[in-house]
Design a protein around this ligand. Structure first.
Ligand code: NDP
Length: 245
């Protein structure tokens, strides 16, 4: 499962916790070179120390700001001269029923979950086009397949990630660029802490406590997609805890 990983330059957004951090661990263990972005630089520093990588490979990045995402990708080019994989992973999940009219949260989740992915594409695509190779791994969700009461705006953003990724795939295949959508179900991370509506938070956190699977489940999917021969594009992996609906 780990062929085709060693030496690859991988940029990860949202690398300060959860799926992004665990993926960085798996990639470094398998010989990849990671460049990590998130807003909490203290967390990134601790992760860099744990991984034994230099602090030049971490960049304070708010994905809602296109110039910061560009700076993250440019750092990978400055250090390594190329970018093989762009993992657009940063996300937030402020679940709440529409009737609560959380208009500011709607705006923020769209900025992070949709625009953040688009900015990652905008930053990395010119380099990948020049290289005539590359791989986008965009993180959607089971909520990118299914809307439920209370998760409407989050589900809309994750549906959008799937549409953007499939459209991207069709546009960039002539450049030998691969595009993978990763759609997890409940995985044990800090994500449920971003839920603001108390009742939804209680129900979701209870469900996660009982059912969530480890972040390594996600990292293994990243490695699986990356390790395929370059002429094989794993377009989507949808996975969830066995007991999740
Ligand atoms: P975490 O809350 O543990 O991690 C989210 C990451 O996103 C953090 O590193 C956080 O870093 C980063 N982030 C949030 N907002 C921004 C921002 N504006 N700019 C840059 N980074 C940001 O949750 P997960 O690891 O679970 O989430 C990763 C992805 O996986 C998300 O897209 C999420 O929607 C998706 N997902 C997760 C599932 C799960 O059950 N865990 C299920 C389905 C999908 P910082 O705060 O330091 O900026």
């Amino acid at each position: 499962m780990t062929e085709n990983i060693t030496g690859k330059v991988v940029v990860i957004t949202g690398a300060s916790s959860g799926l992004g951090a665990e993926t960085a661990r798996h990639l470094v263990r398998n010989g990849a070179k990671v460049v990590l972005g998130a807003r909490r630089v203290d967390r990134l520093k601790a992760l860099a120390a744990e991984l034994g990588i230099g602090t030049d490979a971490i960049v304070g990045t708010d994905v809602a700001d296109p110039s910061q995402v560009q700076a993250l990708v440019d750092k990978a080019i400055a250090i390594h001269g190329r970018i093989d994989v762009m993992i657009n992973n940063a996300g937030t999940m402020p679940l709440a029923p529409l009737e609560l009219r959380q208009i500011k949260e709607w705006s923020n989740v769209i900025d992070v979950n949709i625009k953040g992915v688009l900015y990652g594409i905008a930053a990395a695509l010119p380099y990948m086009k020049d290289q005539r190779s590359g791989h986008f791994i965009n993180v959607s969700s089971v909520a990118g397949h299914k809307v439920r009461p209370g998760n409407v705006v989050y589900a809309a953003t994750k549906h959008a990630v799937r549409v953007i990724s499939e459209g991207l795939r069709q546009e960039v295949k002539p450049y030998n660029i691969r595009t993978t959508i990763l759609s997890p179900g409940a995985v044990d991370t800090e994500l449920p802490a971003s839920i603001t509506a108390p009742e939804v938070a209680k129900a979701t956190q209870g469900f996660y406590a009982q059912n969530a699977i480890p972040a390594s489940s996600f990292a293994r999917c990243v490695l699986f997609a990356m390790s395929q021969p370059e002429d094989v594009d794993i377009n989507e992996i949808l996975f969830r805890p066995t007991r999740q609906e």
